[in-house]
Design a binder for this molecule. Structure first.
Ligand code: FAD
Length: 684
């Protein structure tokens, strides 16, 4: 019997996915699973090659760990160094259930918060495992030398993030991702130096190669020379990040893309919940049509900042016309709408809730910039509070406003320094003196490649980790949980679970890369590249990407409805058809050609976009980041809030590729909740 025990059970025209969750009580599942699964003995690990595509936090951690264990790793990234992965942008922090604050945190509480935060659309067993290994991640990173912030006694400090009632977020100023990535990168470098990791920088994966149904290799393009090459291995790990750039404008790095995930989807990996997108509430508002990137202001700022809009329309007009400054608006005329609507969580409600509330106020005409799409994030009360405390600590006069302001800069600098500086550089406004303006923007994708409990996709031997998989966040990710999940996958889950598959590969021998499967995949890649450089159309790649992004934002964005989604499906198809006729890619294929790189990525976004809208249309409920206008609470204490439909939609939607995105076939993974009671999510 094949080791691959992926099971379908027929349910009308759909099948039900088996995620292979281990039996037993939730707290024992992971330990039991680790005891039960196959492992590869140390000598045999030398006979196994593992390809890891992506060396951000998930892929970097996986590469370092697998090489440390003795496997031969071939690692790929499109940047000039793993240090430049998008993970470097992560600002606010990483969660872990360490309970250092003695505020009642525990594995169970982190598990509970994550399942609730994800609006009960995540797999319980995976989330529990994530919470369980979270504490190990911090120990691992501290051992690597990651300089987490410390409190006055020298112990690791924590701050709070949205959607929780404890402080469990570990941080390194506003540069947590960068510091964690340096840790993972140094762990990788040790293995690169030993020859256990062969590092392929500036290599983009263009396709997956399957042999006898198993993932056995990839085709890459060297982004400097244009050289196409074949790489073989006994297993392939995809850790290529999220696909938020399908919206064109997002907080993601410009290069973030869906290509690797989409290529494996086309070869048989199911794509799960593509419509689950996170729109982050605290980003610098868009300034015009010529922008190509949006900037996040970390959620950590909501710890101390208060969000508001003017409560009076005449004040809004005066502000927009520049005749009034926000600091002139008296306290009683300000609408702290999150504190008003959600007294229990206030400014720390989860991201989906905070984003929708900002949109609601702006749609009602209270937006504070010229586009009408901005609200205030105000630090004045925190500045006063911190300043007074500092003055008291130093025995100084806490009623002296100038002194308090001077003292507070030190405190803010230590906690959020680079974020304040970044805001000032971009907007030319000083956030110490005037409230910041923020608006929601696309930030993270909870959807992704479907994986089972072992992180294996529906292709045997092909794994997905980090943001690339459909992950543990359900329909909405809590702040500081992406770094936790990526590092959990890379350091603590995959290194165990991949052995279960590889144990049967110790006698396979080296995988040849000159077989017909490799040749055919390479030929397909060359064909697409030839098409792009020879098409000589009339419109740039960005032209199509922007149009796609506009449809996605207007019709598949923060708020979705049936007519809009139906239109989006048609419009995206039309844009795609025009793209293949009219796209123009200057330059040639034999060297550095960023337009050619973009063309391949946008081609895949144009297919993903349609599947995304199809998924959003089929999910006729509101859950987490997916808000359907047809599914809203009417009356009662939750009036106007998102309405989930647990009877009809309590499942993961995993789509099988069948040619055109609209022909994709739905497979369901039912979600069972044994340890957490399904409830209406309330933050009031
Ligand atoms: C501005 C910002 C701030 C954030 N702050 C936080 C935070 O404070 N806390 C938190 O938990 N999360 C945060 N997040 C989310 C978090 O940073 C990401 O989810 C996480 O870093 C993703 O890590 P990853 O390893 O999965 O992917 P990435 O870091 O995106 O790495 C992807 C890797 O794949 C490679 N790659 C991609 N495609 C290919 C291809 N075809 N061929 C070869 N290589 C390829 C890239 O080169 C790269 O090495 C933030 C996100 C943003 C945008």
């Amino acid at each position: 019997m094949s080791l691959f025990q992926f099971v379908f059970v027929k349910d009308d025209d759909m099948s039900i996915l088996d995620s292979k969750i281990p039996e037993g009580p939730i707290a024992n599942k992971w330990t039991k699973h680790k005891n039960d699964i196959n492992v590869v003995n140390p000598a045999n690990k030398r006979l196994i090659d593992v390809i890891v595509v992506g060396t951000g936090l998930a892929g970097g951690a996986a590469s370092a760990s697998l090489a440390e264990m003795g496997f031969n790793v071939k690692a790929f990234c499109y940047q000039d160094s793993p240090r430049r992965a998008h993970s470097i942008a992560a600002q606010g922090g990483i969660n872990a259930a360490k309970n250092y604050q003695n505020d009642g945190d525990s594995t169970y509480r982190l598990f509970y918060d994550t399942v609730k935060g994800g609006d009960y659309r995540a797999r319980e067993a995976n989330v529990y495992r994530l919470a369980e290994v979270s504490a190990n991640i911090i120990d691992q990173c501290v051992a690597q030398g990651v300089p987490f912030a410390r409190d006055y006694g020298g112990l690791l400090d924590n701050r709070s993030f949205g959607g929780v009632l404890v402080s469990r977020t570990f941080y390194a100023k506003g540069q947590t991702g960068q510091q964690l990535l340096l840790g993972a990168y140094s762990a990788m470098n040790r293995q690169i130096n030993k020859g256990k990791i062969q590092m392929y920088n500036r290599h983009e994966m263009m396709d997956l190669v399957k042999v006898d149904g198993k993932a056995r290799g990839i085709i890459t393009r060297n982004l400097h020379t244009g050289e196409i090459s074949r790489h073989s291995g006994h297993a392939v790990v995809i850790a290529t990040g999220g696909y938020g750039n399908v919206y064109f404008l997002s907080t993601n790095a410009m290069g973030s893309n869906v290509t690797a995930a989409w290529k494996i989807h086309k070869k048989g990996a199911f794509f799960a919940n593509p419509c689950y997108t996170q729109i982050h509430p605290t980003c610098i508002p868009r300034s015009g049509d010529h922008q190509s990137k949006l900037t996040l202001m970390s959620e950590s700022l909501r710890n101390d900042g208060r969000i508001w809009v003017p409560g009076r329309k005449d004040h809004v007009e005066l502000i927009r016309s520049g005749k009034m400054s926000p600091v002139e608006i008296p306290e009683e005329d300000r609408d702290y709408y999150l504190e008003r609507r959600y007294p229990a969580f206030g400014n720390l409600v989860p991201r989906d809730v905070a984003s929708r509330a900002a949109k609601e106020r702006c749609d009602a005409g209270y937006g504070v910039n010229s586009t009408g799409e901005a609200v205030y994030l105000d630090y004045s009360s925190a500045i006063e509070r911190y300043g007074k405390t500092e003055a008291n600590i130093n025995g100084l006069d806490s009623s002296d406003v100038d002194l308090v302001t001077k003292l507070v800069k030190k405190v803010i600098e230590a906690k959020y320094g680079n974020l304040f500086q970044m805001y000032e550089k971009i907007t030319d406004e000083n956030p110490y003196e005037t409230p910041m303006m923020i608006y929601p923007a696309v930030h993270y994708t909870m959807g992704g490649i479907w994986v089972d409990y072992n992180l294996m996709t529906t292709i045997e031997g092909c794994y997905a980790a980090g943001e690339a998989n459909f992950s543990d966040h359900g329909a909405n990710r809590l702040g500081a949980s992406a770094l936790m999940q990526g590092l959990a996958d890379g350091y603590f889950v995959l290194p165990y679970t991949i052995g279960d598959f590889l144990a049967a590969e110790i006698r396979t021998g080296e995988i040849p890369n000159d077989t017909v499967e490799f040749m055919e995949a390479e030929a397909e890649v060359r064909k697409q590249i030839d098409f792009f450089v020879n098409n000589n159309g009339t419109k740039s790649v960005d032209h199509f990407h922007k149009r796609l992004g506009k449809v996605m934002w207007d019709k598949v964005g923060m708020s979705r409805n049936i007519p809009g989604l139906e239109e989006a499906i048609e419009e995206i198809k039309e844009i795609r058809e025009e793209f293949w006729k009219e796209v123009k890619v200057p330059g040639d294929a034999d060297g550095l050609n960023p337009e050619l790189e973009k063309a391949g990525r946008v081609a895949d976004f144009l297919e993903l976009g349609e599947l995304f809208a199809k998924d959003a249309l089929h999910r006729n409920e509101s859950c987490g980041g997916h808000f359907r206008e047809e599914s809203v609470e009417v009356g009662g204490p939750q009036d106007g809030e998102a309405l989930r439909d647990d009877v009809n939609f309590r499942y993961v939607a995993a789509w099988e590729y069948k040619g055109e995105p609209r022909d994709a076939v739905l497979h369901k993974e039912p979600l069972e909740f044994y340890d957490i009671e399904l409830k209406q999510r309330s933050y009031k």
